[in-house]
Design a protein around this ligand. Structure first.
Ligand code: NI
Ligand code: MN
Length: 229
């Protein structure tokens, strides 16, 4: 059993007995977030790219929890320089096998940099992840445009796909539907929408639009949980 908990934007907790994975922890600056970063206790934090709406609270959470930050190589250096102790650098196409889960870093068509008042800091390539745990494969797409390689991205069937639908900076609803056609997941949860007006979408409409593809779509409210049996 895997418990999926949506914290808003691209931030999910994926939890099983004794393992807590967290993606793109954008909490304290997220106008829709309803929890505090202090309430999250991940073992591993997966980052898809360096944009502030994905890096978010990673430094604070990783230091407090002694969590391992998994990210593209350059983004790992960014975290190390800010005092994160445990990291795991990867790059596109690479895999990592832990005892309780495995990962493959996938391409994402997007950009990646951390922005401060005075600098734009290069943080490597944006990415997505194929995450396998308890025999289930979860595809966390990150921020990406639609790309045709989605049709071959997984060597195992995808049980759950976490796909952006916000448009403007990522796929919108129509391209996300085409992504579902290529990925053929059992289940889809939309993400990266409604955080700000520029990415406003109707997730219910998206879920309805994929019903004929043999795939179940579920809109998770913020802090709503879903159990993957
Ligand atoms: Ni982004
Ligand atoms: Mn983003």
């Amino acid at each position: 059993m895997i418990c999926i908990n949506y914290h808003g934007h691209a931030c999910f907790s994926l939890e099983t007995d004794g393992l807590n994975l967290l993606t793109d922890p954008f909490i304290s600056e997220n106008p829709l977030a309803t929890i505090k970063p202090e309430s999250l206790n991940p073992d591993y934090i997966l980052l898809s790219h360096g944009h502030p709406d994905h890096v978010g609270d990673v430094i604070e959470i990783a230091k407090r929890c002694d969590a391992v930050v998994i990210a593209p190589f350059e983004l790992v250096q960014f975290c190390l320089r800010r005092g994160v102790k445990k990291t795991l650098a990867m790059n596109i196409g690479g895999s990592y096998n832990a005892s309780s889960f495995s990962l493959k870093m996938t391409i994402a068509h997007h950009s990646s940099a951390y922005i401060t008042d005075s600098d734009i800091i290069y943080t490597g390539s944006p990415c997505g992840y194929l995450i396998t745990l308890q025999g289930k494969t979860i595809y966390f797409a990150g921020d990406t445009a639609l790309f045709k390689d989605m049709s071959t991205i997984a060597t195992n069937p995808i049980h759950l796909a976490l796909l952006p639908i916000g448009d403007r900076f990522t796929m919108g609803v129509e391209d996300a539907r085409r992504a579902v056609e290529m990925l053929q997941p059992d289940l889809v949860i939309p993400m990266h929408y409604n955080t700000w007006e520029v990415i406003n979408q109707d997730p219910g409409k998206f879920v309805a639009s994929i019903a004929d593809l043999g795939c179940r779509g579920v809109v998770l409210g913020i802090e709503e949980r879903l159990m993957l049996p």
